[in-house]
Design a binder for this molecule. Structure first.
Ligand code: FE2
Ligand code: FE2
Length: 309
């Protein structure tokens, strides 16, 4: 889809944005970052006369730690996502209002997570800061720049992030961490609803273009953390630990959203839209095979580790 066409379509969706913004503001629950951080566990670092972080300070298992770092850096990169949206849609109207509101909500996630990690000494704060500097200095966010795919991507990504925060919370083994991540996940769920509704309306308005965008995004989906230093290694740990893997990605993220959009029940597609849908169906089939293979291999590996122990 031409960029201009894409902008026009999203402009046409402005009333749906306004409607969903109202709905969002009615259901969203206000919360305060300071309430979720166990300040009593904190102590000074060396610069102020205390002790710097040591590996034995952390009480959290390495897989949960990797996931906390990836999730926090993903939230840290908010200015890059904000930039893409404002650049494409401008600061005015219902879109502008939503973008700024969404940004303000997202900003809470990074600040609360960082406070939690630093106060509890769950991760090395020097390593964390150097990763953040590296990521944020590296430029544009790794997400589709074209508008319609960007909105489709964001719908999927908000759900992926919701799941990842939730499972990471459980993996911390710390009730305080779990409560914080469940709180953040509840926000991500509301964000997902917003973008999911938008794409649903786009499908009604421009079925072929939207179907092409959906196919494109599902086929090329990468978590927003993919641009982070050391991401591949950490993503493997996160998948092996069952926090976020291909099986969950397909069954708990992609499929529920595609079902909600009634992607495979819709009529009225032109041959171009039909072709995109067929391509999507065959891709999902391949993904399912890969996901099953991944889980099998992981089970075998875990069984081997168990029997050695
Ligand atoms: Fe977030
Ligand atoms: Fe979000």
């Amino acid at each position: 889809m031409e960029h201009e066409q894409s902008v026009n379509l999203l402009r046409e969706l402005e009333p749906v944005v306004a409607e969903n913004m109202d709905r969002h503001l009615k259901v969203v629950r206000d919360w305060h970052p300071h309430d979720y951080v166990p300040w009593s566990q904190g102590r000074d670092f060396a610069l102020l006369g205390g002790e710097d972080w040591r590996p034995e300070d952390t009480k959290i298992d390495p897989v949960a730690r990797a996931s906390l770092i990836v999730n926090l850096l993903t939230e840290d990169n908010l200015p890059a996502y904000h930039h893409n949206l404002v650049l494409a849609l401008g600061p005015d109207g219902a879109w502008g209002q939503w973008i700024y509101r969404w940004t303000a909500e997202e900003a809470r996630h990074a600040m609360t997570l960082r406070d939690y990690l630093v106060v509890t000494r769950a991760v090395d704060p020097v390593d964390l800061e150097s990763r953040r500097m590296q990521l944020m200095s590296s430029g544009p966010a790794r997400e589709p720049v074209e508008l319609l795919p960007n909105v489709v991507y964001t719908a999927l990504q908000e759900l992926a992030t919701r799941l990842s925060h939730r499972n990471t919370g459980t993996a911390t083994g710390d009730p305080i961490g779990e409560q914080l991540l469940a709180r953040i996940a509840a926000d991500e769920n509301l964000h997902m609803l917003f973008y999911r509704n938008l794409v649903g309306a786009a499908l009604d308005l421009a079925p072929d273009e939207t179907m092409v965008a959906i196919t494109d995004v599902v086929q090329n989906f990468e978590m927003p953390g993919a641009g982070q230093p050391g991401f591949r290694r950490m993503a493997v740990m996160i998948a092996q630990g069952g926090i976020y893997d291909l099986r969950l990605h397909l069954d708990k993220v992609i499929m529920p959203i595609l079902r909600h959009w009634q992607v495979f029940e819709r009529t009225g597609l032109s041959p171009r839209g039909e072709a995109a849908r067929e391509e999507l169906a065959s891709f999902l089939g391949q993904l399912d095979v890969q996901a099953s293979r991944f889980v099998e291999r992981r089970d075998e590996r875990n069984a081997a580790v168990l029997s050695r122990a």
